[in-house]
Design a binder for this molecule. Structure first.
Ligand code: SAM
Length: 259
């Protein structure tokens, strides 16, 4: 496996004991469908197959696909598609698989895009359990008023209950990444936000100048006067900052602005 390929596809492969531990954290039962994103050489896959889970793997690297087709040739509960997960028809796959689990040790270069794509569909699944860079997991799972809280936290917590499960150091991968990693569990919120079009763009804009008060943090994306009027109407303190607002508060704020 050449170095360019590894870099291009974000390939850092897990050691066996760590993979076994992580695969064991997936709260799925034998026979249930699981979509694994980026199986690589099958470190997680083999433990899920051994548990009798019905695994569909989506892998972009054809060399890995060929390797896995041979490795798991005797497993009728293993299916694989050679595809970029960002182009994969997740809706169609979910519709054909009841309420599946989603999992994977995600390629770091596209992990936030993958998570963002999953979120609006999370209620059609049992949830996502998988690994990203620790710093990304901290942003995803952050609560309002904490240092890591930002637009990604709002996007995910609008749809999901979030929890960091394990921190995993670089020594558990080949090759070793330069960063720490973490697994997290994202399960669908019963009261998920009905986010209207434009809501997440609004949230992202609100964090443009995160350190400033909300009146000034949009960096000109919305008229300042409109923002000020909404703050007064909603009775927020004049000094309120984006990092203090929950997804629900952002929604009531957006509804006033979008009127
Ligand atoms: N699951 C394996 C493990 O834990 O050892 C490999 C994890 S590695 C961090 C990420 C995997 O995702 C690689 O196998 C890589 O080829 C694959 N990958 C990268 N980008 C992808 C994409 N856009 N769609 C599907 N798979 C992708």
């Amino acid at each position: 496996m050449d170095r360019d390929r590894r870099r291009k596809f974000g390939q850092n492969f897990l050691d066996v004991p760590t993979a076994q531990m992580i695969a064991g954290d997936l709260p799925a039962n034998a026979g249930e469908p699981v979509l694994e994103i980026g199986p690589g050489h099958g470190a997680l896959t083999e433990h899920m197959l051994a548990r009798g889970l019905d695994v569909t793997a989506v892998e972009i690297d054809e060399q890995c696909v060929e390797f896995l087709q041979n490795k798991f040739a005797n497993f009728p509960n293993f299916h694989i598609t050679n595809c970029d997960i960002l182009k994969f028809d997740l809706d169609a796959w979910i519709a054909n698989h009841g309420k599946p689990w989603l999992t994977g040790n995600l390629p770091y270069n596209v992990s936030t895009a993958i998570i963002a794509g999953i979120m609006p569909r999370l209620h059609l699944t049992q949830g996502f359990m998988g690994m990203v860079q620790l710093e990304v997991a901290e942003r995803i799972c952050a609560s309002p008023c904490s240092k890591a809280y930002g637009s990604l936290s709002v996007l995910v917590s609008a749809y999901a209950n979030t929890q960091i499960l394990r921190k995993i150091g670089p020594e558990h991968f080949t090759p070793k990444p330069n960063v720490d990693s973490a697994t997290m569990l994202l399960t669908p919120r019963a009261d998920a936000l009905q986010a209207p079009e434009g809501y997440f763009d609004f949230v992202r804009a609100a964090f443009t100048q995160k350190r400033k008060t909300l009146t000034n943090s949009f960096g000109g994306a919305y008229p300042k006067q409109k923002i000020q009027e909404a703050i007064e109407l909603l009775d927020y303190p004049a000094t309120v900052r984006a990092e203090e607002l929950s997804p629900e508060q952002f929604l009531e704020f957006y509804n006033v602005i979008a009127k």
